[in-house]
Design a protein around this ligand. Sequence first.
Ligand code: HEC
Length: 140
Amino acid sequence: MNKVRSMAVAVALAVSGLGMASQAQNSGRVTAADDKPLPIKADHPGRTTFERQCAPCHAAGPGDDGARMLPGTATLAARYQGRLPGALELRTDLGPEALLYFVRNGTGGMPSFRKSELSDADIAAIAGYLKATAEANGRR
Ligand code: HEC
């Protein structure tokens, strides 16, 4: 191999190496760290309701009982592939109206909730809690 050609090969390898590194970074960003508990949970009135009604499927980490079956978090992390976090507590795009729609209608493997189970005000409080927690964890 002459010198120019071997330089070209070295550059090509370096470039593809960079590509791999940034891919690895992207996949790490999913905070499918959905494996690790969130560092900060906002002190917000919606927190208790979220933890009781939603966290069993949507928590950001193992539940208090150590269970790792988080079908909501797992499904959303797989769907969004890092474009959005799997954990609802890290999402900033779910306002009260969007949340109300999903919670009243259910979606895919998620059950719907009746007003007797969760009031509109409860759902609005959950939306407030999700936003506050996402922000407390540096997401805007
Ligand atoms: C029994 C498990 C379970 C419970 C309880 C549950 N969810 Fe879900 N949720 C899921 C699953 C699974 C999905 C993904 C469904 C799909 O699209 O395939 C989901 C999807 C969602 C989505 C859609 C997000 C998106 O980007 O598409 C929202 C919003 C949501 N859940 C909010 C809530 C809230 C708020 C609660 C509590 C009031 C809750 N969920 C309770 C399992 C659950």
